[in-house]
Design a protein around this ligand. Structure first.
Ligand code: KG4
Ligand code: ZN
Length: 333
């Protein structure tokens, strides 16, 4: 079954073609990062307009790259929630128009379901259940995943998402946008123990997160007048985030007795986070899956994979679903 995936929830226009929801034939993304770097963040209307410019060309490019024709597509999956409404509407309208034209089902996909499917794309041998840490620009959540559509939330952030914290810290350090990759790079030349930043472990037994305190603590340290290099500050800040994320993930694994963990979302591209989780998992005899960079940041392959799984599980295509700006991920049960 040939599945077309479309992702336009934020500032990346992405189109992918997958065979049976597992084999990636093409996964192409037109990034707007240079454009939004000029304003230090995503300007929603600018993002939406660029999706309008890119989307059809990208669909044509991907179909031609695979030496296929539009009518050979069997299923279309598109991100319809959560995200920037104007951006989502471009992808959803394109998916519906294509679905109507070729008379194929269109499956609306929750963006986080897509991120979670990336781990299964990266390692199809990953067995259920497993614990998944979803870390992106807008979300930081721990899920107990029982099947592609069943699971429950173990914890989530009470304030900032990890990616948001990276982006804000990078701005404080004058590193620019997007912050995560720039902090990752700067931290390689820094000392993670150059000074101390707090960790919010919250109350005993909690698997929630909080990153606003560490962000404020970094700001105070930078304002204190005590000399500090950008590399050291990046390394100390990254260590504070990586420490909490990795300890929580392995804690969740121990507490549930599930010896399989996965990470996904843009922040899962962080080299220190990947290394730490791998190291801790190996020491505890836990199987850890971290998707490659191309499947961590926003991409349409993960959306196609999630849409295909949902279709296999009985989801019915529709041409009348809406876009939704904000919706927490809710499992079937
Ligand atoms: O999943 P994603 O591409 O978009 C959302 O759904 O939000 O995640 C984007 C976030 C941004 O905050 C970005 O700074 C962060 O992922 N990010 C990173 C790295 N690469 C991207 N954070 C830390 N280290 C990285 N290498
Ligand atoms: Zn994302």
């Amino acid at each position: 079954m040939l599945v077309l995936g479309i992702e336009t929830s934020c500032d990346d226009t992405s189109v992918a073609l997958l065979e049976d929801g597992r084999r990636i034939l093409a996964n192409r993304t037109a990034s707007q990062v240079d454009l939004h770097a000029l304003t230090g963040g995503v300007v929603p209307e600018v993002a939406a307009r660029h999706h309008v410019e890119q989307i059809i060309a990208l669909v044509e490019y991907v179909v031609r790259e695979c030496a296929l024709r539009l009518h050979q597509i069997d299923l279309i999956a598109v991100t319809n929630r959560p995200g920037l409404v104007g951006s989502l509407m471009v992808g959803v309208s394109t998916a519906k128009a294509l679905g109507w034209m070729i008379q194929r089902p269109v499956i609306p996909v929750h963006h986080l379901m897509g991120h979670m499917a990336a781990a299964r794309l990266a390692d199809p041998s990953l067995e259920y259940p497993y614990i998944c840490l979803v870390v992106s620009g807008g979300h930081t959540e721990l899920h107990h995943v029982l099947s592609p559509i069943h699971g429950h939330v173990l914890g989530r952030t009470r304030d900032d998402a990890a990616g948001e914290a990276f982006d804000k810290a990078a701005r404080m350090l004058g590193l620019g946008y997007p912050g995560g990759p720039l902090i990752d790079r700067a931290a390689r030349d820094g000392r993670a123990n150059a000074f101390a930043l707090p960790r919010a472990w919250l109350e005993e037994g909690s698997l929630d997160f909080s990153f606003s305190g560490v962000k404020t603590a970094l700001w105070r340290r930078l304002q204190s007048g005590e000399p500090v290099t950008v590399a050291d500050a990046a390394a100390v800040f990254q260590e504070a985030i990586v420490d909490v994320l990795s300890v929580r993930l392995l804690d969740a694994s121990a507490r549930t007795g599930v010896a399989r963990v996965a990470i996904c979302g843009g922040v899962a591209a962080n080299s220190a986070l990947k290394a730490r989780i791998q190291e801790m998992a190996t020491a505890r005899g836990v199987h850890a899956v971290a998707p490659p960079l191309s499947l961590c940041t926003d991409n349409a392959a993960m959306i196609a994979a999630a849409g295909w799984e949902q279709y296999q599980a009985g989801a019915v295509g529709s041409l009348s679903f809406d876009v939704i700006a904000s919706e927490a991920l809710s499992w079937s049960g």
